[in-house]
Design a binder for this molecule. Structure first.
Ligand code: NIG
Ligand code: FE
Length: 409
């Protein structure tokens, strides 16, 4: 792999390397008129061109940033990117006044995507996913978690996880696979029977996944059912993540922290004790403003979580039913206007804290020793990411020290 020297960067804006909480997230490391030297996909030096040149060995490839700003690649730690079908009809129904829960009760929602995902061949699913990943890459996502959960039977859950694993090798975004068998109960089964099925699936799919997730929510899986699923996952080497507190608070957060979950995600409905519990824990609180916007439900109290000292990450939750967006930039803007984050916090939550939610300690910052996942923006100032919203500011995407996408504009 050739070395790379990026010169003429107007401004590098990056979280400080490490795991930070509370007020520490409010300040970034900022370097003006800067350069970055990368060797073997790893950042070796960051700073003024003179400082960086002292570290350069041999003759690296030179990339002239032409006064663009640089930020770390986005880490999207929660998505459902592999799915069949399309639920634009449900969006229209919701726009006409129906709620997400009413649509689910009438046979729409998650189970409708299950049908389309079961019907699709592995190749079809992979092609759809590849197109979506290309869109994600253009938007600056360089690392992404993808869940199963639209199969709800062993064959289709395996097919989804195989798609993720094959795509790991076929495109530049670094992927993590999560088993979400306990996403909903399929039409043909009962809760009792399906829970047994999920428990039996875990040993079968464990080698295809990194994490185990479940939907702990009224009408889906209770705290005790979820605990059984996550515990079985742990037995087979899959650390827990959890969808919880989206519509109701049924106690999922406390249970997940007890099981040392890597993250609890959604948290639109969150009580103050759970805020404090999260602040005392290592579990990342992953907030998903795309869902609140798309379903028109409350936003998670990210400000409270940050002030209490919880580890907070921002993720897309990209899925056809509750968050049809792949734009971390738009989410940063929503996090600022709707959740009270500062732009600096939003950037940390979308990069380094997302990496924490995937246990990737050398990702999510532009710092010596970190993997060289870097975005060059079409602007001189990182604040435009949230300020000039609805726009894609990514000009160049560098993954592991290689240029993997560049805007023609
Ligand atoms: O994370 N909340 C549960 N699951 C998804 C929604 C899935 C769907 O509607 O298809 C979510 O929001
Ligand atoms: Fe989700």
């Amino acid at each position: 792999m050739s070395d790379l020297l990026i010169q003429n960067i107007s401004q590098i804006a990056t979280p400080k390397p490490g795991v930070f909480r509370g007020s520490e997230l409010r300040s970034l490391n900022i370097y003006e008129n800067a350069a970055i030297y990368i060797s073997d996909g790893i950042i070796k030096a960051v700073g003024s061109i003179a400082e960086v040149m002292e570290e350069v060995e041999g003759h690296p490839i030179i990339l002239d940033a032409e006064e663009k700003a640089a930020v770390p690649g986005f880490v999207d730690s929660h998505s459902h990117l592999v799915f069949g079908g399309n639920r634009a009809d449900e969006f229209a129904m919701r726009s006409a006044g129906m709620s997400y829960e009413e649509i689910a009760e009438q046979g729409g929602g998650i189970v409708s995507t299950v049908e389309a995902t079961r019907d699709a061949s592995k190749e079809e699913l992979k092609n759809l996913a590849r197109i979506r990943l290309q869109k994600a890459l253009k938007q600056g996502i360089t690392t992404m978690e993808i869940k199963s959960g639209y199969g709800l039977d062993l064959e289709t859950e395996r097919k989804m996880l195989e798609v993720v694993n094959e795509l790991k090798k076929e495109q530049p975004i670094e992927l993590t696979a999560t088993f979400l068998g306990a996403h909903a109960v399929p039409k043909e089964s009962s809760k009792e029977k399906y829970l047994e099925d999920v428990l039996a699936m875990i040993p079968e799919i464990a080698e295809l996944a990194d994490y185990c997730d479940a939907f702990c929510e009224k009408g889906y899986f209770t705290v005790e059912e979820t605990r059984q699923v996550l515990t079985r996952g742990i037995e087979y080497g899959l650390k827990p993540k959890l969808h919880t507190n989206q519509f109701y608070d049924i106690g999922g957060v406390e249970m997940a922290i007890e099981l040392r979950a890597v993250s609890v995600d959604h948290l639109e409905v969150l009580n103050d004790e759970d805020v404090q519990r999260l602040a005392r824990s290592e579990t990342v609180a992953t907030v998903l403003p795309g869902v609140s916007y798309f379903l028109n439900i409350p936003y998670s109290p990210a400000r409270k979580l940050l002030d209490a000292g919880a580890l907070v990450a921002l993720a897309t939750d990209f899925n056809p039913g509750s968050s049809m967006t792949i734009s971390m930039q738009l989410l940063m803007s929503m996090a600022c206007t709707k959740m009270g984050m500062s732009v600096e916090e939003a950037l940390c939550c979308a990069t380094q804290n997302g990496a924490n939610a995937l246990e990737k300690s050398k990702l999510g910052a532009i710092a010596s020793g970190f993997q060289a996942d870097i975005l060059l923006l079409d602007t001189e100032n990182y604040r435009d990411l949230a300020y000039f919203f609805g726009e894609n500011h990514v000009h160049t995407v560098i993954k592991k020290g290689e240029k993997v996408w560049e805007s023609r504009g």
